[in-house]
Design a protein around this ligand. Sequence first.
Ligand SMILES: [Zn+2]
Length: 233
Amino acid sequence: MKRLERYIVITGVIHCQTGLRIGGTKEGIEIGGQDNPILRHPITNIPYIPGSSLKGKLRSLLEQKHCTERLRGGEPCGCGQEDCLVCRIFGPHKNTRHSLGPTRLLVRDASLTPESEAWLRSAWEEKGIDFSEIKTEVTVNRSTGIAADKGLRTQERVPAGAKFDFEVSFRVFEGDNEKQLVDFFMEGLNLLQADYLGGSGSRGYGKVKIENLKRTIVKDRPAEENAEKNSQG
Ligand SMILES: [Zn+2]
């Protein structure tokens, strides 16, 4: 078993350049509610980006660039090979017979920045906009060129301009090439900015800019040593 040497924590801001749509569930929505609601925190009702959405998107972009010949039938890469950074960092999908060690990347849920939360809260108080915008889209009948019967549908999305704080944590094990792992992740972030997050990207949703990137190294010091350090102020 390899030793866990340290964590590298990367934080930053996901700045929505266009409306962001990460779908929620229709369960519990009363009649007259949204056809296509966004995901919200169950208690505060404030939208957030689940770590699984961000992780899944980064993984799929990096796979499309680096793993096309290893992918099988639309499934995520599970080759488990030593040279596969996708499997090493994100975990070898469904493959339990590999020697890559634990998944290196942990992606936290991303919450609205305090400023964005205040901004959207004031929109809610002033205009009754519930942390989101409702976009109506029209389906056009191909042969007549006019809006199809029942062609109107609404989509809920987080408005452009909203910012979310994100955080990921890399577990660095003995023998890991730390720079290679982090560089690969950064490549994923660059691809994400050229692509989209959430749904309906081909229709303009989900363009994001990554800002304020910061990197912190957290050594796995023994607990007593940490306590000592803290007491010294
Ligand atoms: Zn792989």
